[in-house]
Design a protein around this ligand. Structure first.
Ligand SMILES: *Cc1c(COP(=O)(O)O)cnc(C)c1O
Length: 386
């Protein structure tokens, strides 16, 4: 059995936690000849994109668009918000929370770590307790959706804890934005970082950092060494659409298109669709014999443990070779244990029916009890209803 798409030399479908499938409209925007960036045409596009990003984040503050992968925006947050002698506290319950810790260590920032069991959420009361025990930590670094485990954290609760104590909260929402709500100003989140190849549905290469209105002056003063990511340089051009360095022009134009798609669907409807798609993914996979790894599953990525005796790496391989679907394995300590299905961006319940049926076929082919692919697909469809 070889997937007809693969047999015909077709392109495999991406169901990874980034990069994601790029919608046709965005592909067309990418095909434009890029204008020079020092032109009225590009400045106007950047101004429109910046305004749309502020609406998307729910902030009246400032949004900076960087030519970098998501980690670049994480680094920008560290070097612009932390000064010599400042202490941090990082929530680490997976590979990306741990990335905050490594980044802070690389810059010599003293950092207390809240080590959360991978796949479990962190109650905000526990964050409060840790902060009260670490009075020198004045900035918290957290993750909205821990992509390595498919776990959603309670950012609204975290922000309540930090606001109450006058502590800054920096959130990696790279797989949260345009998937789960994160109204920055309303919740009281000082800084949010995002990347382009996840819920924003464009290719890799852009990252954003947004500052809430009360946090814009946090980047002034003596901070860690910074040059390319010195946000004060980017700020100068914000009112006119000018940039300090050559921007990723084509990706900015693609982002304008994807933000228009999100606006047209409606942000609430986008969040609701991701909830349905994630429910369908979980139910379909469970019907196929898999189990959900996270006890607080996100709507961005579903992390699955294969049925007993079935090798996760073999499932990933067979999904690609036989079904033409690219899913991800586990990262770091979960390598070889997990199958991760990404569904942020332009995905539907129908896509999850396909994935669920394929997972059922793979599990049976790799030694698990046979479950009809059609039954797994039906379970996905049923769970994905409104
Ligand atoms: C993808 C991702 C990142 C950034 O990764 P890059 O490869 O640098 O784009 C950071 N945090 C989370 C939670 C992610 O999912």
């Amino acid at each position: 059995v070889t997937n007809p798409t693969v047999r015909a030399g077709g392109r495999p479908r991406l169901f990874t936690p980034g990069p994601v499938e790029i919608p046709e409209r965005v592909l067309r925007a990418l095909a434009q000849a890029p204008p020079h960036h020092r032109t009225g045409e590009f400045r106007a596009a950047l101004l429109r994109v910046t305004a749309e990003l502020k609406a998307l984040h729910g902030t009246a503050g400032e949004v900076f668009v960087l030519a970098a992968s998501g980690t670049g925006a994480m680094e920008a947050a560290v070097v612009n918000l932390m000064g010599p002698g400042d202490h941090a506290l990082a929530v680490a319950g997976g590979s990306f929370g741990t990335r905050w810790v490594r980044l802070l260590e690389a810059y010599g920032v003293p950092c207390a770590t809240v080590a959360v069991e991978w796949g479990r959420p962190l109650p905000s009361a526990e964050l409060a307790r840790r902060l009260d025990a670490e009075p020198r930590a004045r900035t918290v670094f957290a993750t909205q959706c821990e992509t390595s485990t498919g776990t959603l954290y309670d950012i609204e609760g975290f922000a309540r804890v930090t606001r109450e104590r006058g502590i800054r909260l920096v959130v990696d929402a790279i797989t949260g934005v345009a998937v789960h709500p994160l109204p920055q100003d309303a919740w009281g989140v000082d800084a949010v970082v995002c990347g382009s190849q996840k819920g924003l549905m464009i290719p890799p290469g852009l990252a954003t950092l947004s500052l809430a209105p009360w946090a814009t002056d946090a980047i002034d003063g003596v901070r860690l060494p910074r040059f390319y990511f010195d946000l004060r340089k980017y700020r100068k051009g914000l009112p006119t659409g000018d940039t300090a360095f050559t921007p990723a022009v084509s990706l900015v134009l693609a982002l304008e298109e994807s933000l228009a798609m999100i606006r047209e669907e409606g942000l609430g409807a986008v969040h609701a669709r991701h909830a349905r798609v994630a429910r369908a993914a979980r139910a379909g996979a469970v019907a196929a014999g898999f189990s959900s790894f996270s006890s607080s599953p996100s709507h961005a990525v579903t992390a699955l443990l294969p049925p007993g005796g079935v090798d996760a790496g073999a499932v990933v391989q067979r999904m690609r070779d036989v079904h033409g679907m690219v899913v991800a394995g586990g990262q770091d300590q979960l390598q070889g244990r997990l199958v991760r299905v990404g569904h942020m961006g332009a995905y539907t319940v129908g896509d999850m029916e396909d994935v669920s049926g394929a997972l059922a076929e793979c599990a049976a082919a790799l030694g698990a009890a046979r479950i009809e692919p059609g039954a797994a697909a039906a379970a996905a469809r049923a769970a994905g209803q409104d």
